[in-house]
Write a protein that binds this ligand. Structure first.
Ligand SMILES: NC(=O)c1ccc[n+]([C@@H]2O[C@H](COP(=O)([O-])OP(=O)(O)OC[C@H]3O[C@@H](n4cnc5c(N)ncnc54)[C@H](OP(=O)(O)O)[C@@H]3O)[C@@H](O)[C@H]2O)c1
Length: 289
């Protein structure tokens, strides 16, 4: 996308899950800001319609290295909800939830969904481990940029207020004592507790559902904060886009993709020396708790 001109002068961005929804919108807007965008997608057919199809994170890094020698912006956008839904036709569903507020809509999605263990595992693997794998592979290339930025698309659901257990909440908020290894352990512990029926007992965010999704985003947020601390020369932030009309929300969000992409764009295009290790609620800085 926008792959013209002198490559060395242009900024280069990678957006994961760029074939639809918010990711596609971020790709479009970055490209229209003159940035060379490498859109990554796992679905070959959909990805081919847009631009490049890249396999795993290492192959992606090799490709970027060979083609551009550096990376300026990484937008970690790809994610799943960790739920199986029976909502088939989004138009019918839109009628069903017409007039409801956001909380009621999210609740209605949940009522039509289940959260089996397999999906929880997949959710942690995609939203946390996947983000980490892509980030790790591309980090050296971001360090080759004079202004490397990582935008982790998060969610309000990743805020620590949803955890009922004080110990877990404090541990995930105490960035100075956290390590990536401990985050991996917590991810495993969550899945174990899920299997053993210990979610509530441990204080994972069970109320209101979206359990694995909330945990995956909370752990990803903590990872983002650790990384920002370790790499002060980069700008690394998390962004909640709002409740956006995409497939993930069955198109019943209150924001268009253009509106939802604003915060991510703000962080992706922020000048050097801006915020790092932070969280944006749409376009406003907000706490992780
Ligand atoms: N929509 C909202 O209201 C909302 C609210 C808060 C946060 N968010 C966050 O915003 C981001 C974008 O979500 P969206 O609403 O645009 O969702 P979406 O329409 O469901 O798109 C998700 C994207 O992630 C990709 N993806 C999923 N699993 C993947 C995997 N294992 N490997 C590679 N790519 C994968 C999908 O690719 P395929 O096409 O191959 O499935 C798709 O491109 C996510 O991080 C989400 O958590 C969304």
């Amino acid at each position: 996308m926008g792959n013209t001109g002198n490559q060395s002068d242009k900024e280069v961005a990678v957006v994961t899950g760029g074939n639809r929804g918010l990711g596609l919108e971020v790709c479009k807007q970055l490209a229209s800001n003159g940035i060379t965008v490498v859109l990554t997608a796992r679905d070959q057919k959909r990805g081919a319609e847009a631009v490049s199809i890249l396999g795993d994170a290492v192959r992606l890094a090799d490709f970027i290295k060979e083609k551009f020698g550096k990376l300026d912006i990484l937008v970690n956008n790809a994610a799943i909800s960790g739920m199986i839904s029976e909502i088939g036709n989004s138009e019918t569903f839109q009628q069903e939830v017409g007039g409801m507020d956001l909380t009621e809509k999210a609740d209605r999605i949940r009522k039509h969904s289940t959260e089996p263990y397999k999906q929880a595992e997949e959710c942690l693997r995609t939203n946390y481990h996947g983000t980490k794998a892509v980030t790790k592979a591309l980090l050296p290339l971001l360090q080759s940029s004079s202004h490397g930025r990582i935008v982790n698309i998060s969610s309000r659901y990743g805020l620590l207020r949803f955890f009922s257990g004080q110990e877990l909440k404090q541990e995930l908020n105490n960035i100075d004592n956290l390590s990536e290894h401990r985050l991996d352990e917590l991810s495993e512990l969550f899945l174990k507790d899920f299997k053993d029926g210990q979610l509530e007992g441990r204080g994972w965010p069970t109320e209101g559902g979206y359990i694995a999704y909330k945990v995956s985003k909370a752990i990803m947020n903590a990872y983002s904060r650790i990384l920002a601390k370790e790499h002060p020369s980069l700008c690394i932030n998390c962004v909640h886009p709002g409740f956006v009309q995409t497939d993930m929300s069955f198109q019943v969000g209150d924001l268009t993709v253009e509106e939802g992409a604003r915060g991510a764009l703000m962080m992706a295009l922020a000048p050097k020396g801006g915020m790092t290790g932070g969280f944006l609620n749409r376009t406003e800085a907000a706490p992780f708790v």
